[in-house]
Design a protein around this ligand. Sequence first.
Ligand SMILES: [Zn+2]
Length: 423
Amino acid sequence: MNEKMRINGPRLWDSLMELAQIGATPKGGVCRLTLTDLDKQGRDLVCRWAREAGMTVTVDQIGNVFMRRAGRNNHLPPIVTGSHIDTQPTGGKFDGNYGVLAGLEVVRTLNDHGVETEAPIEVAFWTNEEGSRFVPVMMGSGVFAKAFTLEHAYAATDTEGKTVRDELARIGYIGDQVPGEHPIGAYFETHIEQGPVLEDHGKTIGVVTGVLGIRWYDCVVTGMEAHAGPTPMALRKDALQVATQLMQEVVACAHRHPPHGRGTVGMVQVHPNSRNVIPGRVKFSIDLRNATDALCEAMDADIRAVAARLSSSTGLAIEITPVSSYPAQPFHPDCVSAVREAAQQLGHSHMDAVSGAGHDAVYMARLAPAGMIFIPCKDGISHNEIEDAQPEHISAGADVLLQVMLRAARVAKPAARAAAAAP
Ligand SMILES: [Zn+2]
């Protein structure tokens, strides 16, 4: 009987559109930066909806909000879903918001059908996922997972010098709960893909197997400035010519580590950046990603070896400095297969997918079995006001969420399972 249950697509769509009114931009997007007055309005609205659905609402000290639907056995750790409702300055209607409202729609659907679950079900939204106003990104879930401290997050300032702590207090979202002292039996997050793969393959559901690990570096190639005219080609130390060879190798390195290798140079500074001067120094960023830490490590060794060869063949110094890194996060096999089976059972086309972007689920996966459900977004565009998703995909993803939540909350897993899933 529960397998036949479906979420109410139009109701979910209407809620998405209503929440998107708060901070709506003329181009059809949303600008609702974290801990602003608009964020407070968004938070208040979602909490009101939760209470109207019979849920209780608690807030922790970093402003993460947990909306709880009681189960039959409330000693069991809750099965949690959620995401974030803050946006980028040029954000869309779906990024994050979809994951939170899909969770709310699951609860509304269970209410419609009078279904009780064994374990409680919770819908969470995490503070400052976007990291646009305050760094670090995924702040609320990161504090919750103890990736960094509450004090570190509180002290973060925006460009006007306002702190996270003051802004949380100002909008009334500093709660009592100590972040992390809130049990999680399992965690699922629905999200738009924010990339073009599902659309390219014509699939409705992405079964997310994990999130790519990330390595960031700064690279500096040092040559010598000289006049572009009088210096013959053989006697130059042209830093840009060597740098562009290495930039090509960043891309080639990604191709050498398929299928999930990614290599990007996104930022370049040429010195002195003058038309008739041979560049003496080039600094550029390197962003390498792959599905496992071992593959990230292999890409690291690969690009360093190429740089060393290039340096010795050209005589120019090449320095590669790590800036930051994030480990790859595979999702729990049970959660991954639950998503795959639900998509199959519902008759939705699906494929395994990796997430190239970070999500709150990455931190939750350190605490409990976790998984993600992707749906396509138009042309793979996100963090953009024209971000768009089709109502039937929105519904399909929420239906998959309903089934995996039901399965997890009925056959509630003891807390010991959660510890076993930590990497
Ligand atoms: Zn997001």
